[in-house]
Every structure is written in structure tokens, then in C-alpha cells.
Design a binder for this molecule. Structure first.
Ligand SMILES: Nc1ncnc2c1ncn2[C@@H]1O[C@H](COP(=O)(O)OP(=O)(O)OP(=O)(O)O)[C@@H](O)[C@H]1O
Length: 224
């Protein structure tokens, strides 16, 4: 569970997040949607302690510092060691070295043995994301936070990513942002619509029947 209470965040006195309170439940996939610039990344940065904010955020009652090892975050600009190879980078992203399992990494089929032996400086953006994903899967984090991961990934990877996120959600609280509704449509459990600084939480999304883009239009345009 992530508990957010009265979260507010402004940049240069311009409010981005306004007094947001909500609880995110474990073992569920949460999808935050909202327009460009609505504050999705800012919300995630607050959760990860990368921005100052007003209000409180706790993880099952604990402060961030006490649960850092149980959180794994994937951003667009993934910080990797360019002069190390893929396997070496994966090792460095693990919260415990004993999670490293070469056979399992190859079984995942996201990157080949040959690619994983190459220096990461030659990796494409999609390959860098796959590397972070492999580390996320091995880490089995209690909290997995992903910002726009579906951009730039090929169709095979997207299909396998849906499956992997579903598997991970059996033991992780997943929070994802993005604009790729088709990708999230079948895997989302909880929907968070961020609009003009506030979040509307639509629980048990799959049971609703409306498509994501219908909900998006309903909540985003009705507030204009
Ligand atoms: N460091 C910063 N300093 C000043 N303004 C910022 C900063 N970071 C973000 N902002 C502003 O805050 C608002 C929210 O930005 P944010 O990146 O959270 O949006 P987003 O919903 O993730 O957008 P997108 O869908 O385009 O990725 C934007 O208006 C942005 O310009």
C-alpha cells in the first residue's frame, strides 16, 4: 500500500499537484493518465523522493528511506554504466546479488546472450529499457514504478511486457504512466486520472467496461 495524504507540489508558485490524497493497493497495476504536462512524472518523482513536496507519502506506514530497497523505478533516461556490458549492468541494478540468474535472464528472451555481452553504450533506447526490465523482474520489487515504458518498444516486446507486468503484479504494487492506452487496456486494475492538479481514482477498472480513451475523454474534457 502507498498512502498519499494532502500532497501538493508547485514549480515557481505554479501548482502542479493540488492536495491529493489516495491509497494505492498492493498486488495491483495502477495506470496514471493525463495530458502532457499534467503532472504524472512529477507525481512519481514525489513518490520517489526526487522532488520536495507538501503533504505525506508512506509505504505501508513506513517512510521512503525504510523501504528504498523494495522499490524499483524505470524512467525514460535509465542511468546505465555505458562502459560495462548488459550482464554487468543488471548485476548493479539488483538489490541483492543473489537474484542474478543468467539462465533465467536468457529464458526471459528479452535480450540475447550476445547482446548482453556487449557494452551498453551501443544499446538502442528499447534495449536499454529491456535491460532495466530484466533487472526489475529479477528484483521482484514490492513497489514497481514505471514512467512511459511502452514508448519505443516493438510489438513482440510489448506483448511479453504485458505478460511480465501481469506476473509481477502478483507480488508487486505497480504504478505506471503513459499515453499508450491500447497497451494498458487489458492489464490495468486501478485507474488514476490526473487533471488540473487533482486525481480521480477509478477502482477495479476492468469491471467497468468503458475503454480507457472513453474514460480519458470523459474526465479530461468535462473539466475544461
Ligand atoms: N523541474 C521543473 N521546473 C519547473 N517546472 C517543471 C519542472 N518539472 C516539471 N515542470 C512542469 O510541471 C508540469 C508537469 O510536468 P510533468 O513532467 O510532471 O508532466 P507529465 O504529465 O509527466 O507530462 P508528459 O505526459 O508530457 O510526460 C509541466 O508544466 C512542466 O513544465
Amino acid at each position: 500500500m502507498i498512502e498519499v495524504n494532502n500532497l501538493s507540489k508547485s514549480y515557481a508558485n505554479i501548482p502542479v499537484l493540488k492536495n491529493i490524497s489516495l491509497n494505492l493497493k498492493g498486488n495491483r497495476i495502477h495506470f496514471i493518465m493525463g495530458k502532457n504536462g499534467s503532472g504524472k512524472t512529477t507525481f512519481i518523482k514525489c513518490l520517489l523522493g526526487l522532488e520536495h513536496y507538501e503533504g505525506t507519502i508512506t509505504y505501508s506506514g513506513k517512510v521512503l528511506e525504510d523501504v528504498r530497497k523494495s522499490i524499483f523505478a524505470i524512467f525514460d533516461d535509465i542511468p546505465l554504466y555505458n562502459d560495462l556490458n548488459g550482464f554487468q549492468n543488471i548485476r548493479l541494478m539488483l538489490s541483492d546479488k543473489k537474484f542474478f540468474d543468467k539462465n533465467y535472464i536468457l529464458e526471459l528472451g528479452l535480450l540475447t546472450d550476445q547482446k548482453l555481452k556487449e557494452y551498453v553504450k551501443n544499446y538502442s533506447l528499447g534495449e536499454r529499457k529491456k535491460l532495466a526490465l530484466i533487472a526489475a523482474i529479477l528484483n521482484k520489487p514490492r513497489y514497481l514504478i514505471i514512467d512511459e515504458i511502452s514508448n519505443g518498444l516493438d510489438i513482440e516486446t510489448l506483448e511479453s511486457l504485458q505478460e511480465k507486468l501481469n506476473d509481477l503484479s502478483h507480488h508487486s504494487l505497480i504504478l505506471a504512466t503513459g499515453h499508450h492506452f491500447e497497451f494498458y487496456e487489458n492489464i490495468v486494475n486501478e485507474l488514476l486520472v490526473l487533471n488540473v492538479g487533482t486525481i480521480t481514482h477509478i477502482s477495479n477498472y476492468k469491471k467497468g467496461g468503458d475503454k480507457l480513451y472513453e474514460i480519458y475523454k470523459q474526465y479530461i474534457t468535462s473539466s475544461k
